[in-house]
Design a protein around this ligand. Structure first.
Ligand SMILES: C[S@@+](CC[C@H](N)C(=O)[O-])C[C@H]1O[C@@H](n2cnc3c(N)ncnc32)[C@H](O)[C@@H]1O
Length: 194
């Protein structure tokens, strides 16, 4: 499936910011969740920067991305416990793909949710793919302005988690990325499927 992210795929893995973001996301994931032997869905996996870090520890990963070019680069990494899907996540896809037939222990979304046309609806769909007690974790640019299209505010994320029925929700900003545009704080949100 081709989309607007295809053009970034070729240089995604050589961008030091991508690597640093994934390393920070992975470290903060481990600070909060024991990922040993978990079944994982990496939603919006891109070329698999975070998938690759989780792969040696978890049981298995289904890595999904709407960009076929991103998935092509992930597949080149030939990670033995990772299966990939090149498509948009939707109810129909969940019904049709055998990789999505079983619910997951953990779903991660690294720098994806702020780009979704309907974050709240997708969050509910993601929650429905978790086992009871399963965890969802997202990282996005932290924004103080919900009308901007860069990032998500703590308020919006907290409201969305509450509306979707997540429990034990934690929202914070555990790391800051520095770039030519200045320092950009990253929001991390964790919720449990009761
Ligand atoms: C900023 S990139 C992040 C990629 C990767 N998670 C990382 O941190 O390197 C956002 C990715 O989300 C994917 N994406 C956006 N909406 C999606 C959807 N509805 N279903 C699947 N993938 C989606 C895009 O194709 C893109 O590769």
């Amino acid at each position: 499936m081709s989309n607007e992210w295809d053009e970034y795929a070729e240089n995604w893995d050589v961008d030091p910011t991508v690597e640093e973001y994934a390393k920070n996301a992975f470290a903060t994931l481990l600070d909060n969740i024991n990922i040993d032997d978990l079944t994982v869905l990496d939603f919006g996996c891109g070329t698999g920067a975070l998938t690759q870090l989780m792969s040696p520890t978890v049981k298995s990963i289904v890595a999904i991305d709407a960009s076929s070019e991103m998935i092509k680069h992930l597949n080149k990494k030939a990670l033995n416990n990772v299966s990939s899907i090149s498509d948009y996540l939707s109810e129909e896809l969940v019904q049709s793909r055998p990789e999505l037939a079983n619910k997951f222990d953990l779903i991660v979304a690294s720098s994806v949710c702020a780009f979704l046309p309907d974050y709240e609806a997708t969050l509910s769909l993601l929650k429905s793919q978790l086992k009871e007690g399963g965890m969802f974790v997202q990282w996005d640019w932290l924004s103080n302005d919900d009308s901007s299209n860069i990032g998500l505010s703590e308020k919006r994320v907290k409201q969305a988690f509450l509306a979707s029925g997540f429990v034990n929700t934690r929202v914070n900003s555990p790391f800051i990325m520095s770039s030519s545009k200045g320092n950009m704080p990253v929001l991390m949100a964790i919720g449990e499927n009761a």
